[in-house]
Design a protein around this ligand. Structure first.
Ligand code: HEM
Length: 117
């Protein structure tokens, strides 16, 4: 089971890389927009995160459910921001900059919680 857990952790990290990398590419290019890659990264981070957190043996027995719960709430907040931002982008042709920056900041908050807490 250890190897399965390791593989899911790698997939979880790739999901984070996809979400944050896609956001960073837009930020560096000074394009305030939400892309499909961000949505895919978020969805994959949720699926792999839940797989790691679920009580079916993938956990290492000492899961910090407080930390996982906070990460889940932050991830849902990122989802809300990306969803609202994408809808506004479709409707008005532009994302309110605050939504774009909050999405990146919340992703950084989650990776910081994951590593430091
Ligand atoms: C943008 C969202 C997320 C980011 C950036 C993120 C980032 C990370 C990182 C960097 C690790 C490796 C930490 C380490 O091994 O030291 C990790 C592990 C883990 N993540 Fe996430 N994660 C996110 C969302 C989630 C969600 C939504 C869940 C569950 C509901 C979750 C559950 C876990 C679990 C169970 C582990 C392994 C055990 C642990 O070290 O706590 N993650 N995450």
């Amino acid at each position: 089971m250890e190897i399965v857990r390791d593989i899911v952790i790698v997939l979880h990290l790739i999901s984070f890389a996809l979400l944050f990398g896609a956001w960073l590419v837009e930020a560096i290019a000074r394009r305030v927009r939400i892309t499909r890659a961000m949505h895919w990264g978020l969805a994959a981070a949720l699926v792999t995160g839940l797989a790691l957190a679920a009580p079916w043996g993938l956990g290492d027995g000492e899961l910090n459910y407080m930390k996982i719960g906070i990460k889940l709430v932050v991830l849902l907040a990122i989802g809300a921001v990306l969803g609202i931002g994408a809808a506004r982008q479709k409707r008005d042709g532009a994302v309110p900059p605050v939504l774009f920056w909050v999405a990146g900041a919340l992703t950084l908050v989650n990776v910081t919680i994951a590593v430091l807490v």
